[in-house]
Structures are given as structure tokens and as C-alpha cells.
Design a binder for this molecule. Sequence first.
Ligand code: GLA
Length: 386
Amino acid sequence: MINKLKNIFKKVYTVEAEKVFFAPGRVNLIGEHTDYNGGNVFPCAITFGTYALIRKRNDKIIRFYSDNFKELGIIDVNIDDMEYNSEHDWANYPKGVIWAFEKKGMKIDSGFDILFYGNIPNGAGLSSSASIEVATGVVLKDLYEFNIDMINIVKCSQEAENKFIGVNCGIMDQFAIGMGKKDCAMLLDTNTLKYEYANIVLDGASIVIANTNKRRGLADSKYNERRAECETALKDLQTVLKINSLCELNEEEFEKNRYLIKDEVCAKRAKHAIYENQRTLKAVKALENKDIDLFGKLMNQSHVSLRDDYEVTGIELDTLVEISWEMPGVIGSRMTGAGFGGCTVSIVKDEFVEDFIKNVGAEYKSKIGYTAEFYVAQIGDGARKL
Ligand code: GLA
């Protein structure tokens, strides 16, 4: 793979690449739409991700090329011109990270040629964009010897997404990609950024990711809408309660004070965030106690809540999950990521994985009209130089 990419680099830029970097994608096991509500998440990095090959230049030009978007060719940008430009398409992600670094005083004084290649399916909700962002951060640190640790690379990447791209995401994706660890998921408290790794020992079961192949069309605007609804609910609760985020409440405290939220839709959104946060903590406990069945049940409940209260699933995700629930050997199944299309994550007993892929695939195709794709996920390390 890397040699093939080095050859492509040489063809595109007529010089050899000097360095190679990798940033993974991520899958979230549980804790969805809690990360901008001060709650907990439980994601892991996967072994699919984004490769970045690079060579420093002596002038002030940065040239971006993605082997996933060959038709867009090389995108040239001057280092003094780090502004969002819709013509630059995907290159706005790495540009945004350079912009965020510069805002923190890390100015780059010369350009570079960079080639990206990602084997994460695009638009599948496995964070291909956060993967490009964190890869860029790791490249910048290495190339210009900036004194920045991984947590701050993660924060710059999130800032790029929020302020440069305009998607008000939380910190989960960038964090999982930067801080991932082989065979571990991480329980991250997004309020304090305290985190701990949990070994994922599923005792004869695997994590299976299934892509609905539904493009996440209006996802970004719907995402920002959900976030705004949570903020409205929080404001209503704050008229009486002294809280800074929704996830400071547990289920009982929420039910007692739910009447404060004027709009019923906003109350449902808040309910999801608060219950999901508690479910995440219960799920991690279940895993510690080696109670995989309980972990699976909590995953299923998470999906129901995302479907009915948060309303971010849709026919494709619901169909895929509901078919999965009926299959032998399935311990739990839910949508993962932002929703509105994208992927599901299931825990399936090893001896049933093959049949699961075959039978879920066939039933999905007959109900939805096109195929889903399946990946048995391996949990890998976070972003790094290769
Ligand atoms: C997207 C965002 C994350 C998180 C999830 C939902 O992946 O980038 O910050 O909010 O959706 O859990």
C-alpha cells in the first residue's frame, strides 16, 4: 500500500515523498450525541484510515492532492491565504487545521506537497474528515517541529471543523482518532476530557460495521439543528437548575425537571442525551464485569432512543439494525456516528459472522433496493508517523 502511494506521489509531484503519516477512522460503540452535551462517549480507532505522504517545499505554496478525488487534481494554495474557499473542496479540511494552528501562533514559513489517500468509505460516518484533519495536525507538528501534544492537535482539528468548515461537532471523533489505542476503546468524559482505556475483549465475538450506503445528504445542517435543540432545552432547565450541560443530570433529575422544557421536541432531544450518557457508563461497567449481553442490550436501547427521541436514524439505518437484531449470534446492534445514513455497529458471535453478513446483506438489499457493505473491525492505534 505505502509503496503504491509513494509511486503515485512521484507521478503527481515528480519528486519523491519524504515522510508518511497515518490517521485512523473511528467507530463509536456507545454514547451518541452526548459529546456536545458534556457527556461520555466510548469510541475506538479502527485500522482503516487516511495516509498522508509529504515533501516540504522551499517556497510558499502548498499543493494538495487526494487519490480519492483524482478528478479534482492538484489544489494549489498560498500559505498566506488560509481562507475557506468552496472551490478547494475537500482541501478545506487540511487548510482549516493549518488555519487553527496559525491562530495558536504556530505559523508555517514554507509550503509542502501532500498526497492523501483514505480507505475509510467516504460519507459513511466513520469520520473520514476528522481523520484527514488529525493527519494534517500530526504532519504539521513533525514538519515544523511545533511544540504541541496530541490533545491540542485534537482540539485544533475540532476547531477547524467548527469554525472553518462550519460543522458544530463535539470532540469525540478527533479525540478517538488522535488518542486511539490498539484493542482498546476509550471512555471519554467530554466535559473534563478525562479518559480511560478499556480493553475490548469480546470473548468469541467481533465488532461488525455495516455501511447503509445511504449518503449522509443533509446531515450537517440536521446535526447543527439537533445541537441547537439541546441548547434550547438546557436554557429552559437553567431557569431553575444550576447546570452547565445537559449530561450533568441523571434520569431521575431529568424526569423531575422535564416540565421546565417548553418545547416537547427539545425535551425529547434532552432526554436522549441524558439517558444515553447514563447508558454509556452502564455499558462500560457491563464490559468490566464481562457482561457482554448487557452491553449489547444497552446498544440496542441506544438505537431505539436515537430513532424515537433524537430522530437521527432514517429508514436505512433502522432497517439494517432491525434485521440485525433478528439474526442468530447478534449480541447488540445500533447506528453509530451522527446518523442520517452512514453505518451501524454490531457485536456478533464469531461463528455467526459469516452468516450475519450474508443474510443481513440479502435482506437489506431486498428491502432497501441496494446493497450494504460489511467490515469486521479491528481496533488500531491513533494518528502517527509511519
Ligand atoms: C459526529 C460528530 C461527533 C458526535 C457524533 C454523534 O460524528 O462529529 O462529535 O457528536 O456525530 O455522537
